[in-house]
Structure formats: C-alpha cells, structure tokens
Ligand binder design. Structure first.
Ligand SMILES: Nc1nc2c(ncn2[C@@H]2O[C@H](COP(=O)(O)OP(=O)(O)O)[C@@H](O)[C@H]2O)c(=O)[nH]1
Ligand SMILES: [Mg+2]
Length: 255
C-alpha cells in the first residue's frame, strides 16, 4: 500500500518544507511507501523551488498552473492525478500545505480505511479535537457551516464538511471522476471541500472521522481564505445540492 499525498499549494514556501519533512518522517516511521502530487497554483514565492529541492527526497509529481486558478481547480487536479497514479490498495491523503495539519494523524486514518471506511476526515468536531490559534470569528463561521450542513445535507459519520485533511480509498476518487467527470469539483472557492464530500456521498460510501488538533498557531502569514466570499459560495452550494437532492447522479445528469 502506498500513501499518495495530494497537495494544493499556493505561496506555501514557509509551511510546505515543514509539512513534507514531517510527512516523510511519519511514513518512514510507520513503514509506508509514500509519494506526493503537488499542484502549484501559480505561486509567486519560492514554492516551486521548495518542490524542486524536495524531489530528491520524496517521489513528487509536480503539476503546475501558470496562473492562480483557485483552490477548486487545484484540488481537482491533485485528486485526479493522484487517482491516476494510485494502485487499487493505495490511499490518497489531502492536506493543507500550510503545516497546520499533522501527518501524525495519517496512520489512524489509514487504520479506519483498513477497517472498511472509504473516506476518513480529520475532524475538528470529535471528542479529543482541538483548534489552536483560530480567531473567534473563523471559529463561529466554521461552526455555523457545520450546523447548516448537518441540518440541510446530512451525511452519516460526517461533522466536518470543510476541513481539507482527508484520506480517501483511491478507488473512490477514480470512481468519483468516472461518475461526475470534471463536475466532481465545480466550486472555485474553499466551498469545494464540502462539494467533493457531498458529491461522493451519493455513491453509497462509508464515511468516518478521527479527532484532529488543528495547529493554526503554526501558520505563517495570513489565511488565503476570503471569508465573505466563502460563506456566500457555501450557502449557494447548500441550496443547489439541496435542490438536486441526494439521489445518485450519473455523469450526464451532473453536467
Ligand atoms: N490552489 C490554490 N490553493 C490555495 C489558494 N488559496 C489557498 N490555497 C491552498 O489551500 C489550502 C488552504 O488554504 P489556507 O490558507 O491554509 O486556508 P485556511 O487554513 O482555511 O486559512 C492551502 O494548502 C493553500 O495553499 C488558491 O488561491 N489557490
Ligand atoms: Mg490551512
């Protein structure tokens, strides 16, 4: 089994090397084969150089966007490429590239996949979860999103719809693209994380969560999330998917 790390990266020269080092060390400690797909979304800082340096220490496939296209297209390209590269027993892990998520949680996520889950979310809303360093305002926004999603579009086993730290059985991602094509991810904004989950939930999968400690205090620089825009887009997504219903959707019907 290989762990394929699929990373969206936009101007992450500070966090990315720290994340890659702890990922590599954790995979080595547990004896997992590891590789990474990193989509550099038109970064203007040293992200590309960091990836170049790290390619000698970890098998990395770099996908480059010439200009900044936003998280949606970036995570879509990362997942699609990881799905193409993955073998049948492999696991695809997505994380933020800003070193606020800890790879030490990956073995627990893999264990849940080993026990039959298809998608495992590192969740901020389980016993033992903790969020360090996030503003009260962002807390409130995240909590509001959680409450609204759980009421309007519940998925069994899911409380954290928006966190970017997840493990997917590789076949789930391949099947997701077969079913939905590019429309697996249509949101450009941060709302794409919820969109992916809600679309996959139409495929009769098993979802699980493990408690995460989010170390937002480790973040270098400001968040790239435009909160107002994200709230607006997220509400739009809720309405759209709520109207579409939760029935299984074929590729043709989802276009
Ligand atoms: N491709 C792309 N990735 C982005 C963009 N903005 C943020 N990201 C990536 O998305 C992830 C989440 O962004 P981040 O700033 O950590 O958001 P926060 O943790 O919610 O405040 C990180 O890996 C970023 O590099 C963007 O415009 N394009
Ligand atoms: Mg982050």
């Amino acid at each position: 089994m290989t762990v394929l790390l699929a990373l969206p990266a936009y101007n992450e020269e500070e966090g990315l090397p720290l994340l890659l080092e702890s990922f590599r060390a954790e995979m080595e400690r547990c004896g997992y084969a590891a590789r990474a797909v990193i989509v550099d979304d038109g970064s203007e800082d040293g992200t590309r150089e960091v990836i170049g340096e790290w390619s000698a220490r970890l098998p990395i496939e770099l996908v480059r966007h010439a200009t900044n296209r936003g998280l949606g297209e970036t995570i879509r390209d990362a997942l699609r490429r990881a799905g193409e590269l993955a073998g049948p027993d492999d696991v695809i892990v997505t994380m933020d590239a800003d070193n606020t998520h800890s790879p030490a949680l990956i073995p627990q996520m893999l264990e849940r996949i080993g026990r039959g889950s298809d998608v495992v979310i590192a969740s901020r809303y389980r016993r033992g979860s903790r969020v360090v360093g996030l503003s009260a305002f962002r807390h409130l926004m995240c909590y509001g999103a959680r409450a609204l999603f759980q009421i309007t579009l519940p998925i069994r086993g899911v409380r954290d719809y928006t966190c970017g730290f997840r493990a997917y059985r590789a076949g789930v991602i391949r099947e997701g693209f077969e079913q939905f094509g590019d429309s697996l991810v249509t949101e450009r904004s941060f709302a794409c994380m919820a969109e992916i989950l809600l679309k996959l939930s139409r495929m009769r999968l098993s979802f699980a969560e493990v408690p995460m400690v989010l170390r937002y205090d480790r973040k270098h620089g400001a968040s790239k999330m435009n909160v107002r825009h994200t709230v607006f887009k997220t509400l739009g997504l809720m309405v759209q998917l709520r109207i579409a219903g939760k029935r299984p959707v074929s590729k043709a019907a989802s276009r």
